[in-house]
Design a protein around this ligand. Structure first.
Ligand SMILES: [Zn+2]
Ligand SMILES: [Zn+2]
Length: 153
C-alpha cells in the first residue's frame, strides 16, 4: 500500500461505498439510536453545520431539525465545510445535508421544512428543478403541483 494517498473530503457517497467495501461502519450517531441499518445505509443522511458533522437515520434527522436531539446526544465528527454557502432558497447561511443521492445546502429554517416534507410549492419547485426526483422530493411527499401531502409535525 502506498503511504501517501490523495485524501478526498468524505462525502456520503464515498463513506457509504467504504461501508460496502467493509470499511468503516456507517451508523446513526445519536447515542440512543437502536435502529439496525445493516444493508440500508443509504437511508442515512449527513448534516454538516459548519462546526460538526453528524450521520443520522431518518428518525433522528427529523429530531435534529426539530431541536429534539442536541450535539451532546450525538457522536460528532469535525465539520468538513471550509466555506459556508448561502441557502438555496434564501439569503441565510446554509447548513449542508447530504444523502446517497444529492447534497442540499439550506438554512436551518428551510432544512427543517425539507426534512419534515413540508416545503411550500415555490420552495419545492426550486429544489426539484435543481435536484430532481430525489427521496426527499419524491411524490409520496408532494403532489404534482408541489403541495405537501404528509408533513411531519
Ligand atoms: Zn438514529
Ligand atoms: Zn433558507
Amino acid at each position: 500500500m502506498p503511504i501517501t494517498m490523495k485524501i478526498n473530503k468524505p462525502t456520503a457517497r464515498n463513506v457509504m461505498a467504504s461501508v460496502s467495501e467493509g470499511g468503516l461502519e456507517m451508523k446513526c450517531c445519536a447515542k440512543d439510536c437502536s435502529i439496525d441499518l445493516k444493508g440500508f445505509e443509504k437511508i442515512l443522511g449527513i448534516f454538516d453545520d459548519g462546526a460538526f458533522k453528524m450521520v443520522l437515520c431518518p428518525n433522528h434527522q427529523i429530531m435534529y431539525v426539530l431541536g429534539k436531539v442536541k450535539h451532546e446526544d450525538m457522536e460528532l465528527m469535525p465539520s468538513s465545510i471550509t466555506e459556508r454557502n448561502k441557502c438555496e432558497l434564501c439569503d441565510e447561511l446554509a447548513i449542508r445535508f447530504e444523502d446517497s443521492e444529492t447534497t442540499y445546502e439550506l438554512c436551518s429554517h428551510h432544512m427543517a421544512k425539507l426534512i419534515r416534507h413540508n416545503l411550500n410549492r415555490e420552495e419545492f419547485s426550486k429544489l426539484y428543478l435543481k435536484h430532481g426526483n430525489t427521496f426527499l422530493l419524491h411524490d409520496d411527499f408532494y403532489e404534482d403541483d408541489g403541495e405537501a401531502i404528509q408533513p411531519v409535525k
